[in-house]
Design a binder for this molecule. Sequence first.
Ligand code: NAD
Length: 471
Amino acid sequence: MKTYNTIIGGKQIIPTNTFEVKNPATEDLIGYAPISTKLEVAEAVEAAKKAQPAWAAMADEERKGYIMKIAEVLTDNTEELATWITKEQGKPLGGPGSMFEMQACVGWTQVPASLDLPVEVVFEDDTRRDELHRKPIGVVGAIAPWNWPLMIAIWQIIPALRVGNTVVLKPSEYTTIGTLEMVRMINEVLPAGVLNTVSGTGEIGAELVANKDVGKIMFTGSNSTGEKIIKGSAGNMTRLTLELGGNDAAIVMEDVNPEAIAEGLFWGAFLNMGQTCACAKRLYVHESKYEAVISVLSDLAEKMPMGNGMDEGVVLGPIQNKMQYDKVVDLVEDAKANNARIVCGGKAKEGKGFFYPITIIADVEDGTRIVDEEQFGPVLPIIKYSNIEDAIKSANRLEAGLGASVWSANVEEAKKVASRIEAGTIWVNQHGAVHPMVPFGGVKSSGYGVEFGVDGLKSVTQSQVISVNKA
Ligand code: NAD
């Protein structure tokens, strides 16, 4: 069985220690991933630091050219990398699965390559001219989660590189190999040291965070790790973008046609088996449509084929790991103990793999764990409301504030409700519809900073004012 390598300063590093990586659908061993040493973390940062001045000094057009070459590499290797995503993360090749994730990787590479941060004249009169320039920060540390492993790594890496930073990336210990393979391929078209990897558990992430030569951390993951990163970087004044957990509310208003919104709601909640930061994680449905919405969603759930993502026709895979699987089981059992109605699913599948059926839970209320805690899995609690004011209050009562959605036949009414929800993005008649041109980020405990679009590019720069006396 093969051992995969990190890459530092353009060279593959053969690890002294490794860990086993298993396929969550079969529990078969698929390879060995490296455990970087603390010295290797320091060497990766050093390599990035050394490569950064030349990378930043390049003409903008030249760097854009490199980013477009990365997009070509991703396009040319889509199938191979998508296969890695499926074998390692579990999402199916087809449907909204790993081929879709790879297309997103290409899109989120091409778009930053097309964007610019021109010098802004922020003030000018007869006496002075003040220009705002955007400079790279230096070395960016990127720490990725396991749910969309390649796509989220791309979200972190590409804007940072585009504006002249160099990067050290640490993938999740649950989904390391595909990411290391992607970076190995990208390195074939980049100058040495521009994009480096380290690998291992949170301890290696913490080592990267604490390195004083890392100027910015792009982090996507859980709230508890986010807090550790704030503490671990505080002494170095490191800039942070923290994309943390969500518990998105979706509010279904009384004027909807349940059939018409069923597919949108279904995938809004169950994309990647619900293991998506901005999935609908609690659904508030007006009492007049409550049973109808439950019925259309459970009909869809029964129809969706679940299995090994390498098999044709499969659109739902396993939960990615045992830790997350146990969490989902625990939350469903707690809901049962609190007299919730299990409309479909709710019982683990037998045999190999971390398969858990799509589970729809009705007759639950705010305050039960399945509503209040982020399930990050294929389970959706559906809560009944009679007054829209109560639904808005419910949406806002938790600390999470990543996304939310409002579903209505009347877009203007839906927008009025949306504007009162405390979240970074509120979608109307869609959920989780992120786009590479549209800033995305959380409020409240879901983190700070935004990714994507021009604002995302700005977040990996530092501003510099050049102020000229004209007198
Ligand atoms: P996690 O916090 O357990 O791990 C994320 C990464 O942080 C991993 O690479 C891990 O090794 C590393 N890490 C762990 N401890 C560390 C430490 N002390 N210092 C530095 N790095 C450390 O999160 P996860 O389970 O991989 O991801 C799931 C969570 O991520 C969910 O809460 C989900 O909502 C959230 N998420 C948020 C977004 C978003 O854009 N807001 C996107 C995807 C996932």
